[in-house]
Design a protein around this ligand. Sequence first.
Ligand SMILES: Cc1ncc(COP(=O)(O)O)c(C=O)c1O
Length: 376
Amino acid sequence: MGNRARRSGSKDKLLFTPGPLTTSMTVKQAMLRDLGSRDSEFIDLVKDIRSRLLEIGGVRDQGYEAIIMQGSGTFTLEAVVSSSVPSDGKMLVIINGAYGRRIAQIAEIHNIRTTTLEFPENQVPDLAQIEKALETDTAITNVAVIHCETTTGLMNPVKEIGRMVQQSGARYFVDAMSSFGAVPIDLAEWGIDYLVSSANKCIEGVPGFGFALARREALMQTEGNARSLSLDLLSQWKGLEQNGQFRFTPPTHALLAFHQALLELEAEGGVAGRAARYRANYETLIAGMRALGFQEYLEPEDRGYIITSFRYPTHPNFDFDEFYKRLNDRGYVIYPGKVSQADCFRIGTIGRIFESDMNDLLAALREVVAEMGIEA
Ligand SMILES: Cc1ncc(COP(=O)(O)O)c(C=O)c1O
């Protein structure tokens, strides 16, 4: 644990996962306070967080609102889906992984008329099919897609899809859970009406809430759409605007940590700075894994630098649970696969981890590969 303890000031295992992630000691320390939810200091903190989120999205003073929602990221996804689609609306969900399927599932649970376009998990969606669906099905009022499909690490062409959605006149919803803060996204230019992410992803806070960036004009048209009390996006926004407070108990400690995480993101050079570190982590990982004989699941041009899926080695000695445990015992936490058609495991390159941590992980992997006798 020598290196890790020195760098992060913590003896915790390093998390190479899609979240919760390894966070800085200063982010953890920011939580060591009890702050009242009606205290003016807390209200100012929430205001600053909302304004910084708009800044990261490049939409401060561009007609967007930032709305924080208690719960994990899925709660905010559900808030957007259940609040944005009108009762006579229809949602098109573009699917190439588990998170796309989850959006469709949310819509169906709320009895929202839903249509899906499903593509293989290792391929970007066929834009011509999306264009055709939007042209032929004029009942579609809302379109949803995942930015980084964390199932595999694939980056969907959110900008190109946005152009088509804009042309169709439908509202555009992007789940940018695992990309926002580390991958540049131009909400206004790409025609995004709603974007969702959460505290414990690329901004490197702790779990406890998600947030939506919503185009004000779209949000204002959603009066009466909400299908849930606690996940009512417009009411949540109204509460935050009226007196700066949450309607129901806010995750005060997680918000304190998040504010510190936002300061650290700014100090790192914002989205560009964070992207550079994550990309370096990713490149180090890929080079090291290839040297060990592992193969990536996706084609390089379809991948982002957030999380990478690797195929299981074909060697008969390979057993994922054993492989995972041996790495875990050394202080390195990787992630199981989520791909439905292939046996894979995943390694994340986000969170408070650096190239040196990637090299430490690779050294541990080298030892485990030798111990288990699974050299390719
Ligand atoms: C793209 C995407 N959507 C949704 C989620 C779900 O977020 P949560 O587990 O915070 O509810 C995740 C989590 O990794 C994700 O990566």
